[in-house]
Design a protein around this ligand. Structure first.
Ligand SMILES: [Zn+2]
Length: 255
């Protein structure tokens, strides 16, 4: 009789142990890290010595562009990402690069959160995914250029290539305009690239800022692809971008 009781107790303990272990394993794998620096990965270490010190009016109009929205099928379609290119997973969408897929998701989220927080912010999407001429009036760059000319803040978002093909997160400031406090604030959060990065790219030459959010690889890409962590990851990144913009604006004096 005593042996029987001990036997039952053993079994119960064993089952509890298995249950506890499986619960731990399950939650561990669902665990979402809120650590922003860990998620975006390495920042650019390319030497950059610019400082954004020009004041920005708090009502400045802001335009968010999704990088490569008009250059699909061309050489500049954006990175396919580590999951597709290195591990052979299916692209997120059959007709566009994974980078553009995520750029569009981020664009929508940044504008939504920005509006909620009182920013004068909007997006532009050319809709046409292949425009051969960068100077066509419908491209990101043409619309961004006009926007910047009128005094607005145009920001084109990107994800950098994975592994040795990419550099990391950071902001590329405009080519001939003096970097301002929003540029400085974004660079403090994401890192900074030199003004003359790769000889001065097409967007910065049109006074459009480029933000590389992070390399499309590792934890960042996994958290975006995993349906359970996707929304949280997009929100986390968008909130950081909106907060950085807000921090760079001149606050209204209470006096
Ligand atoms: Zn890109």
């Amino acid at each position: 009789m005593r042996n029987k009781v001990i036997n039952i107790i053993y079994r119960i303990v064993f089952l509890i142990a298995i249950y506890a272990f499986s619960q731990h394993y399950y939650t561990k794998n669902l665990n979402f890290t809120e650590d922003f620096e860990v998620i975006i990965g390495e920042a650019s270490t390319t030497p950059a010595n610019w400082v954004g010190s020009k004041d920005v009016d708090k009502n400045i109009s802001i335009l968010i562009l999704a990088g490569h929205a008009d250059s699909q099928g061309l050489a500049g379609a954006g990175t396919p990402g580590e999951a597709v290119d290195k591990y052979g997973l299916n692209p997120m969408h059959p007709e566009i690069s994974d980078e553009l897929f995520w750029n569009l998701k981020l664009q929508e989220s940044i504008v939504k959160i920005g509006k909620q927080k009182g920013l004068n912010i909007r997006s532009y999407d050319p809709g046409i995914r292949y425009i051969d001429d960068a100077n066509d009036p419908r491209t990101n760059w043409s619309v961004g250029r006009q926007f910047a000319k009128r005094g607005g803040y145009a920001l084109e978002i990107h994800f950098d290539a994975y592994g040795k093909y990419g550099i990391g997160s950071g902001l590329i400031p405009p080519f001939s305009e003096t970097p301002n406090k929003i540029d400085e604030s974004i660079a403090k959060t994401f890192g900074r690239f030199p003004i003359l990065f790769r000889g001065g790219l097409g967007a910065p030459r049109r006074q459009i800022r480029i933000l590389e959010i992070g390399k499309l690889e590792g934890l960042l890409e996994k958290n975006l692809r995993n349906i359970k962590t996707r929304r949280k990851t997009i929100n986390l990144l968008s909130n950081k971008i909106v907060q950085a913009i807000l921090n760079g604006m001149v606050q209204k004096s209470n006096i």
